[in-house]
Design a protein around this ligand. Structure first.
Ligand code: ADE
Length: 375
């Protein structure tokens, strides 16, 4: 991924990105960071790029033309029109979903302002995204640009080693990370929670999820309003459940799985909450050549004779967002049934999504963004 930073202080950017993990990523070619000095595009002999604000007031304003020319110089170089991010406190604060969405880009221009800001007209004409890094005012956009480059780079393939990257981070679930411990087992008379020494991975996962929730409630309750619990409901041959798991694991670290081949579930009433996300994976999602029940080790078998309405007679939503995966006919049948049960379908997905890894990951990101803006 290539970053182009438009700034009056290029050395501030270059010095910082050349160290640590971003420095390593630049050397290995996973990312590049080019700086463009806006001053080089000044239209004046003095090389100044700022002027007094119309209407009076303190401070200076950056002129539109040098900024415009700097943007055009990058566009000319790469032969395209990438997203142009303007770092400003007058914007939504950067979060992990936005970071991930920007990491999908091949090229990104980051525009840093100084003084009292940049002439509004060039922002209107060139900027696609406005980003703040927090509700405080900095002297310029450079520190924000560095934060953005660092956070986005972590999602660029090859930047983090396997050990450095966790497949999923709890912030992607809008939860804070659970507490971590290392040796010694007892330190200053405090011991490591015993569950972590149990070797029971299911119990450990459950404990970590609970601790994440507890910590988020205590320290960042505002995050919880954007925290969804994904419930993956599947039925069909075992391939459908496998596909459901693959997609769920790209969306969340803490998915819940329900196999509606099970008679017991079919007879139970289950009311999903507005902060759940239903991911319904139907037999068509498994595609050709999937393992059939007889070959698989699972004991619960799929009964194709059971109608959709019978199978899900106990399932209700309450303005619950839902994502459906299946064949065209399955999607149509499920949509009308679930809508009548107060689910709101936010995406209908064809089995082709599983053909390619990047397609699956982009779809998962899309689902997360839609869910975030759902209510
Ligand atoms: N420029 C000045 N303050 C800023 C902030 N909080 N975020 C991003 N860019 C800025």
């Amino acid at each position: 991924m290539n970053f182009y930073v438009l700034t009056l202080f290029p050395e501030m950017i270059q010095n910082a990105v050349e160290t640590s993990i971003t420095g390593r990523a630049i050397k290995s070619g996973s990312i590049s960071v080019d700086t463009v000095n806006i001053r080089d595009f000044s239209t004046r002999k003095t090389m100044r790029v700022d002027d007094y604000p119309y209407g009076g007031g303190a401070g200076m304003v950056m002129e539109p033309e040098p900024v415009f020319r700097a943007v055009k110089s990058v566009e000319g170089k790469i032969g395209g029109r990438p997203r142009v991010v303007y770092m400003t406190p007058q914007a939504q604060v950067l979060d992990q979903t936005k970071v991930e969405s920007l990491a999908q880009e091949k090229n990104l221009i980051i525009l840093c302002g100084h003084y009292e800001g940049i002439d509004e007209r060039v922002l209107q004409e060139t900027v696609t995204d406005y980003i703040s890094i927090g509700d405080y005012v900095l002297t310029g956009g450079e520190l924000g640009a560095l934060v953005l480059i660092d956070a986005v780079s972590r999602f660029v393939p090859g930047v983090l080693s396997n050990e450095e990257s966790s497949q999923f981070e709890s912030l992607q679930d809008n939860l804070l990370e659970y507490p971590q411990y290392t040796r010694p087992e007892i330190w200053h008379e405090m011991s490591v929670p015993s569950v972590l020494l149990s070797g029971d991975h299911l119990r450990i996962e459950k404990w970590r999820h609970e601790e994440s929730l507890k910590r988020t409630k205590e320290r960042r309750p505002d995050l919880l309003k954007n925290s969804y619990r994904v419930v993956c409901v599947s039925y069909g041959e075992p391939g459908a459940a496998e596909k459901g798991r693959a997609l769920t694991e790209c969306i969340t670290r803490y998915g819940e799985y329900m196999d509606y081949n099970r008679r017991k579930l079919q007879k139970t009433t289950f009311r999903m909450k507005p902060w759940n996300l239903l991911l319904m994976v139907m037999p068509g999602a498994a595609g050709e050549g999937s393992t059939s029940c007889r070959e698989a080790e699972t004991v619960v078998c799929y009964d194709p004779a059971l109608s959709f309405a019978e199978r899900f007679r106990g399932l209700y939503g309450s303005e619950t967002p839902a994502v459906l995966v299946g064949s065209r006919e399955e999607l149509a049948e499920a949509s009308s049934f679930l809508e009548a049960r107060k689910f709101r379908i936010i995406a209908r997905i064809s089995p082709a999504v599983f053909d390619e890894d990047t397609l699956l990951r982009n779809t998962a990101l899309d689902i997360r963004e839609k869910t975030l803006h759902f209510h």
